[in-house]
Design a protein around this ligand. Structure first.
Ligand code: MN
Length: 343
């Protein structure tokens, strides 16, 4: 999916940005109380229209003022269940990406994906579709005509410096449904509950859809070095005792070896996203991840040149999706000033 905001803000995220600390409790002197892991932080979604006359709206929980990164996860859009007849469905024209991987995870409906690396795929519920932008890719995403209801999540993971100019690519994987005490899970990236995804990531990442039985309290062992985000698709749930409603994202610092998820009422469904803190400062604007404002401006110029919207630029960075029929999406204007890093 594309960030279709007409005036996207530039987001600087990472350890040099002065953002919220993700480490454990400070060491104290004699008599200091050694605290356990902090309670879950609740991140609330904001509604963002994807554009068009019958705009489909997504609920964005990352990035936001409170937090920009969870591991390498840098973008979380949650949408639906939407009646396509009312929203127009998903119709995202060709747009570019750099320096990240996109993960489409559908719960209902079907989306047709085309990218400039020559990939043409149908994205179905329960199947991982991971696109690596690396040095530059463009893609289009259109819900299929026989999709009456659309429901899913679009995620981005920032690539670390060592691999952010990797070759563009696309991977699919159908994770098995695994059963554990009080829950069902599909692990699409990383490892959880004995299920491991074979799809490569460029930093340690976890992505899993987890359904909690009605009334159950599930204890899920996790990597102690990871920080985690739990996106509630159907709640309410309690995350380590903190109540979360549908659409909210609970954030947990590293330093815990398990997380507890309770479904106090009906059965609940969440996405668990985890990863080791990226440890790098990134700059995000529109659909690009880079390391500086000037680099982002260069990516924008290259895309505008490629689609014939401006002269100059490196026309080799981006190609257009093969077989696409929609006109490409021009980049919005850059912010007039370089925004200060978010706190
Ligand atoms: Mn996209």
């Amino acid at each position: 999916m594309s960030n279709l905001e007409t005036r996207p803000a530039e987001v600087t995220a990472g350890p040099a940005s002065g953002g919220p600390a993700s480490g454990g409790p400070a060491s104290g002197g004699p008599g200091a109380v050694v605290a356990g892991p902090a309670a879950a932080e609740v991140l609330r979604p904001r509604e963002v229209p994807l554009g068009g006359p019958r705009a489909m709206t997504v609920r964005r929980t990352l990035p936001q003022r409170q937090r920009s990164l969870i591991g390498a996860w840098c973008f979380i859009d949650h949408y639906g269940p939407d009646q396509v007849v009312a929203t127009g469905g998903m119709r995202v024209p060709p747009h570019p990406h750099t320096g990240l991987q996109t993960i489409s995870w559908l719960l209902r409906g079907m989306v047709e994906h085309r990218d400039s690396a020559g990939n043409h795929a149908l994205i179905r519920p329960g199947e991982l579709n991971l696109m690596t932008a690396g040095r530059g890719i463009s893609h289009s995403e259109v819900s299929t005509p026989d999709t009456p209801v659309l429901h899913g999540v679009q995620l981005w993971a920032a690539l670390p410096s060592a691999s952010r100019f990797a070759e563009p690519g696309f991977a699919q994987y159908v994770p098995p449904l695994v059963r554990a005490d009080g829950l069902w899970a599909r692990v699409f990236l990383g490892s959880l509950l004995g299920s491991s995804s074979p799809v490569a990531t460029h930093s340690p990442l976890l992505g899993a859809e987890v359904s909690i039985d009605a009334g159950a309290v599930a204890r899920i062992p996790v990597e102690v070095t990871h920080e985690h985000g739990v996106l509630v698709d159907g709640g309410p749930v309690a995350l380590d005792g903190t109540p979360l409603s549908t659409g909210e994202l609970g954030y947990l610092t590293p330093g815990r070896d398990a997380i507890e998820l309770a479904a106090p009422g009906a059965a609940a469904r969440v996405l668990i996203l985890g990863g080791t803190p990226l440890g790098e400062q990134i700059v995000m604007w529109w659909n690009f991840v880079g390391r500086s404002h000037d680099e982002i401006a260069g990516f924008r110029a290259d895309w505008q040149a490629r689609i014939g919207a401006a002269p100059g630029g490196d026309r080799q960075r981006f190609d257009l999706p093969v077989g696409n029929t929609l006109p490409p999406l021009p980049a919005p204007p850059l912010p007039a000033v370089t925004l200060r890093p978010r706190q």
